[in-house]
Design a protein around this ligand. Sequence first.
Ligand SMILES: C[S@@+](CC[C@H](N)C(=O)[O-])C[C@H]1O[C@@H](n2cnc3c(N)ncnc32)[C@H](O)[C@@H]1O
Length: 183
Amino acid sequence: MRFDAGTLLDHESFYSVCPEVLEKHIADRCRFPNGVTVDPFCGTGGNINQLAKTCRKVLAMDIDGTKLELARHIVGVYGCAKNIEFRKNDFFGGPSGQRANIVVTSPPWGGLEYLRQDSYSPLVLGEAYGGGEAIARIARSMAPKLTLHLPRTVDKSEYDDLCTYLYSVRSDRQEAMFYSVEI
Ligand SMILES: C[S@@+](CC[C@H](N)C(=O)[O-])C[C@H]1O[C@@H](n2cnc3c(N)ncnc32)[C@H](O)[C@@H]1O
């Protein structure tokens, strides 16, 4: 984040914003120069400012209006506002009807609790709303591909189960296009 250039974050975003090196890695792996990418949990815009460089159009959504305002400001700082459309949306309210090439997201991990756990279950990701399966199911209704940014402590067998449930393939198969990015 370019703090010297005027980037602003709210309290939560200081720990939840995606580090820039990962933003770049994810955007590079999710390159759709002629396609549409949706980030349904865009927060203050960590991922979208890099996705805007590798995709034709980015639809950035979040439930929190303040974060959306900060994200609008940040993409201006990064000079990539042109191909980003913002929308306030509750992802768990159901399918948005939006179709895209890929859903790229760092969903809420449940605060900082994951740092104290030896193993993180993707099935409890967004637990209050139906877990990782709900996130993946709704994302699947929007796009054939999904990238989930998960903690490095993610339980690999549960992660495999999630991929198998959704795509009938193991997570090491390219078709699933699931990446677990280590930080
Ligand atoms: C890990 S943060 C995303 C960080 C973002 N990738 C970034 O780099 O700034 C998760 C985001 O999910 C949002 N969120 C939580 N519940 C949501 C919901 N039901 N629908 C949409 N967004 C939600 C939070 O407001 C928060 O901004």
